[in-house]
Design a protein around this ligand. Structure first.
Ligand code: SF4
Length: 473
């Protein structure tokens, strides 16, 4: 069969591809495709066009919620032309029946155990309606279901097919080393999608793969230092210690970035893991702090991943100390915050930016998006707080899609715009770049930090300056 795998994007995304990471979903699915098939990849984010007139037999589209509308349009166009269409990706987990209206088949869950079965069924013209991997109440699915109950164990995965995309156009490659997250943050569907148990790829496989990558890569794991709940398990720590020791030996050494918790620095072995990670090329981490208040920690559920025993024991000074300790190892910290928890006020936006300024962290301050599949989404739907006229493409930032108890949607939008436009003023970008240079004296890292921030400045200026205003209450 001729197969096309599509990463959809809207004109909003294609207009601002500045900090670009090669999409893992496409290259992984292509790698899982048996040799007898011919595969092509379309990354619309980078401006690739969809060819509806091609003689392709099967089209697979990966769907994230903000891109569901455009993904469905593409799928409908191919269905009209008599092509088989398979939809997969995180949005399927929450809305498989909705997706089925636009597809020959819908894949729910991880692809490793499903893709080969889907292709075999497609060749025989016997596609089922749903293909599901992992625990799932399959009786909720309206149609014929193929269910693989076990999640993939991540051993013996084929090498990603990065050769199918023009490597040079991406700022970074991407890899993953683990899947699963035990934290169950209330705003995030990852624990449900990948399960609470952490699965690791074999270290040799990861190192061999990194050895094929370009100069920089992004590790898409939920935490590159492990999860605090696991820290007393020596085997868990061993994985990271061994992995980074091996990666540090690679030549040329790659620079890399990923998502990590701040608390690793406080536990036994954690500091060593951080040091080895820095030595292996880790130069920046995305840290999901989510809130600077105990109440925000409670409502987001983030306190667990920050390694507090309860939300009330959240300690802002400790968080600042952790940030400084990580920066002192030469690792730049990017702080991710969600504002719009019930107790938040306009001051929360401003205080959060002040906190970022004080700690010299790159600010990612966003108003809450109750993402389908998350606990918060289910609660807000039940409470009737999601604006009924919200469309999926408004679940990607730049819109307010739910009712806050005290702030209006317009107010939250304006406050978010205020702090993000201020947060990426040229003065702040220069200051943070200078600091990044102090953490690690590397022109390469400083240039990366500067141009990434400049790219983000462009993104936020577009997001908060040009897109239509959010729905009004
Ligand atoms: S936000 Fe991060 S730590 Fe929390 S559930 Fe999602 S992936 Fe896990």
């Amino acid at each position: 069969m001729k197969i096309t795998i599509i990463f959809p994007a809207r004109s909003l995304e294609t207009a601002r591809p500045s900090f670009t990471v090669m999409p893992l979903a496409l290259t992984l699915l292509a790698a899982l495709t048996p040799d007898e098939h011919e595969v092509s990849l379309v990354d619309m984010f980078m401006g690739d066009q969809v060819d509806y007139e091609s003689d392709v037999d099967l089209v697979a589209i990966t769907v994230r919620t903000p891109l569901a509308v455009v993904a469905y349009e593409i799928a409908d166009n191919f269905l009209k032309r008599g092509k088989k269409v398979v939809l997969g990706g995180p949005h399927m987990f929450a809305f498989p029946a909705e997706a089925k209206q636009h597809a020959s088949a819908v894949a729910v869950g991880e692809a490793e155990n499903l893709w080969r079965v889907i292709l075999e069924d497609a060749v025989r013209d016997e596609l089922k309606d749903f293909y599901v991997c992992g625990p799932y109440e399959e009786q909720t699915l309206p149609g014929r279901v193929h269910h693989e109950k076990q999640r993939p164990d991540l051993k013996n995965l084929p090498m990603m097919r990065r050769d199918l995309l023009p490597r040079k156009r991406y700022f970074m490659d991407s890899i993953f080393t683990t899947r699963g997250c035990p934290n169950h943050c209330r705003f995030c569907p990852v624990t449900d999608i990948f399960g609470p148990k952490i699965r690791h790829r074999p270290i040799d496989d990861v190192v061999a793969e990194v050895d094929t990558l370009g100069k920089r890569y992004f590790n898409v794991d939920d935490s590159v230092f492990g999860h605090p709940q696991m820290v007393d398990r020596p085997q868990e720590n061993r994985y990271y210690l061994d992995l980074y020791r091996e990666l540090a030996r690679l030549r040329p050494k790659r620079l890399w970035s990923g998502a990590g918790g701040l608390s690793a620095i406080n536990y036994k072995d954690g500091r060593k893991i951080l040091e080895l990670a820095a030595e292996s090329g880790l130069y920046s981490i995305a840290a999901g702090l989510e809130s600077i208040s105990a109440e925000g920690q409670k409502q987001s559920g983030a306190w667990r991943k920050l390694h507090y025993k309860s939300p009330d024991s959240f300690d802002l000074q400790q968080t600042k100390d952790n940030i400084r300790a990580i920066q002192s190892l030469g690792i730049e910290v990017m702080g991710f915050f969600i504002i719009g928890w019930d107790e938040d006020t306009p001051e929360t936006y401003r205080r959060t930016l002040e906190f970022c300024d004080e700690c010299n962290i790159v600010p990612f301050i966003f108003t809450l998006i109750p993402m389908p599949g998350s606990q918060i989404y289910r609660e807000y739907v039940q409470q009737g707080r999601i604006f009924p006229d919200s469309t999926w493409d408004q679940f990607g930032g730049g819109y307010i899609v739910y009712q806050h108890p005290t702030m209006t949607a317009q107010e939250m939008f304006d406050l978010n715009a205020e702090v993000m436009l201020k947060g990426y003023s040229l003065g702040r970008i220069f200051k943070r770049t200078f600091q990044a240079m102090r953490y690690r004296f590397s022109p390469d890292v400083a240039a990366g930090s500067f141009f990434t921030q400049l790219g983000l400045r462009k993104v936020y200026r577009q997001l908060y300056g040009q897109v239509p205003r959010p729905p009004q209450q």
